[in-house]
Ligand binder design. Sequence first.
Ligand SMILES: [Zn+2]
Length: 198
Amino acid sequence: MASQEIETLTAALSRLPGLGPRSARRAVLWLIKRRETALVQLLEALDAVREALVECRTCGNVDTTDPCGICADPRRDARSICVVEEVADLWALDRARLFTGRYHVLGGRLSALDGVRPEDLAIDSLLRRIGEGGIDEVLLAMNATLEGQTTAHYIAERLEGFPVRVTQLAHGLPVGGELDYLDEGTLAQAIRARRPVA
Ligand SMILES: [Zn+2]
């Protein structure tokens, strides 16, 4: 049996997405063998992120600066906003490198089951952003789930009357598909084939 400290580390790592107890133990052993190099690097990287982590007050992205790197990037098209459920979706879409505008993170999706109401999501701040003007297109990039699509319809309704083009991802997306799990090719195609919200 390993010491309490090593057990605690293994347990903490095994809670990471994609890691079970088995791979957590392997990771711990790997780190122990490289405690002067990889372990120190990991500690420093974790500490630096913990110190610097902030939520962008404009879009809700998580980064080490506020505004985040995307909002602060002058090469980004400020006239186009892509609305996503979670930060993970923003990162997934941005990896596809096809959308050149900026983002808005809702912080979830409407759900009667989980009691998530419009006021629980960053919808008012989205409407404020659009109300300030200078936005031509709002791309609703919700997950292709029932709740994701309900959320997209709700936002599309709230956007009626704003002088913006409201589009959504084309549904080459698999039904029930979550953006974060899709490969970049599928995502790129969905962005390319985006269409007006019916
Ligand atoms: Zn931002």
